[in-house]
Design a protein around this ligand. Structure first.
Ligand code: FAD
Length: 384
């Protein structure tokens, strides 16, 4: 029997695929997926809201439809499997890193505006070289702020902050001397915050470096406690990794399906390419890779849902396998589609660029392999 999802997830995927085919495909035809007009983005969101999908990312306790790892994994896989790059916009903003807001004031000031889509936060994790050329990690020193309140003075630099240029807040991971790491929510427009030059990467996303020069951050903008910043940041990264893995698996399946149609179709040689044994071998590699990445994905999603102690390692492995699999699969598909798939604007050309960046974003493959190695050295090879 082939790999089959439980009935609730299978049903969700069927409904999402029908929704994209009936309501998203007709309005997105011919649109550049890397630069969709704002009005189209609003239309997608409105249709998704009406169809009951938009709030899948928000916990039920906050008026949403779930936000659970298993459900979201299935939803993201299905939206990618639809083959429409704009379908992912059918999911509204989840809490993202604001999930870590853990008192009533932060919930009202930070968390709720984000899940309502009124405000946005970017994640400033990766250290960068400071504006003065020095390389010390970003530091937050406890201080009494000019208005007399307790807080921190933040100094340092963060790089590659995706969406930072248009976000309201930057959630910065900083080191508090002698105490450990902290997560601070910084107004992007606060005095002392400077954005560097906006960079666009090959996947179509944009990133900015940010420089912090003794930026005053009140205590009320500390997420959690000083000392638990890094583990909390890793919780957010873990969610992102599962999400990336799900999208990669969905796209891997779409590419594999599309390639099968291509090689089974007529070819100028007079016989379908699929009749060639070398082509069959390449296609078999694609299908087996896809199967392996998908089974690992759902194993990891179940572990995360159950909050299993191995979940972080499983999610790391799933992200590594899924992103490497997608890139390899797209590369093979380009080989089998031939020159036409290299033309700018071809879906495989776009996927090639996008999947390339995912082997680095949310943890490069080499670091994820280290996570797995550390885990099995501590717990044995069967502990994954
Ligand atoms: C599309 C995209 C979006 C991103 N968005 C954000 C964001 O929103 N916020 C943010 O803070 N950052 C973001 N990043 C940055 C991302 O977190 C970093 O690129 C990533 O952590 C790797 O750091 P680096 O690029 O500085 O590479 P380096 O740390 O310099 O590493 C370069 C390479 O060296 C190898 N390597 C590094 N360390 C080891 C090791 N210990 N063992 C073996 N090999 C190793 C790996 O192959 C790695 O790819 C984004 C990156 C991408 C590509």
């Amino acid at each position: 029997m082939h790999f089959q999802l439980p009935a609730d997830l299978d049903d969700l995927q069927t409904r999402l695929l029908d929704f994209v085919a009936e309501q998203i495909d007709p309005i997105t035809e011919g649109v550049d997926p890397e630069a969709p007009p704002a009005e189209l983005r609003r239309q997608i969101a409105a249709r998704s809201e009406a169809a009951g999908f938009y709030r899948l990312t928000v916990p039920q306790s906050d008026g949403g439809l779930g936000g659970d790892p298993r459900l979201l994994t299935a939803a993201r896989e299905a939206l990618a499997l639809s083959g429409n790059p704009l379908a992912a916009r059918a999911l509204g903003s989840g809490p993202g890193i604001m999930r870590l807001a853990d008192n009533d004031q932060q919930r009202d000031d930070l968390y709720l505006p984000v899940i309502r889509g009124e405000r946005s936060a970017a994640f400033a994790f990766t250290e960068a070289i400071r504006a003065d050329g020095s390389q010390q990690p970003t530091q937050a020193v406890r201080a009494t702020l000019p208005d007399g309140a307790d807080g921190f003075l933040l100094t340092g630099a963060k790089g590659f902050v995706t969406g930072g240029a248009s976000s309201d807040w930057l959630v910065v991971v900083a080191n508090v001397p002698d105490e450990g790491t902290a997560l601070l929510v910084v107004d992007r427009a606060a005095p002392g915050v400077t954005a560097g030059e906006l960079g666009a990467s090959i996947d179509g996303s944009t990133h900015s470096p940010f420089y912090f020069d003794a930026v005053a951050v009140p205590q009320s903008r500390l997420l959690g406690n000083v000392g638990d910043g890094l583990p909390r940041a890793m919780q957010n990264i873990d969610r992102m990794r599962l999400s990336v893995a799900a999208e990669c698996v969905g796209w891997t399946r779409w590419v594999t399906r599309t390639t099968l149609e291509r090689i089974e179709g007529p070819h100028r040689s007079g016989a379908p390419l699929a009749d060639q044994q070398q082509v069959q071998a390449i296609f078999a590699d694609m299908a087996a890779d896809s199967f392996a990445a998908r089974t690992t994905l759902y194993q990891a999603a179940n572990a995360r849902e159950a909050d299993d102690t191995t979940a972080g390692t499983q999610v790391a492995a799933a992200k590594w396998l899924a992103s490497e699999t997608l890139h390899r699969t797209v590369d093979r598909a380009i080989q089998l589609h031939g020159a036409q798939s290299l033309l700018r604007g071809h879906p495989l050309e776009r996927l090639y660029r996008w999947s390339r960046s995912l082997r680095i974003a949310e943890g490069p493959t080499e670091l994820l392999r280290l996570t797995v190695a550390r885990h099995i050295r501590q717990n044995g090879v069967d502990a994954l």
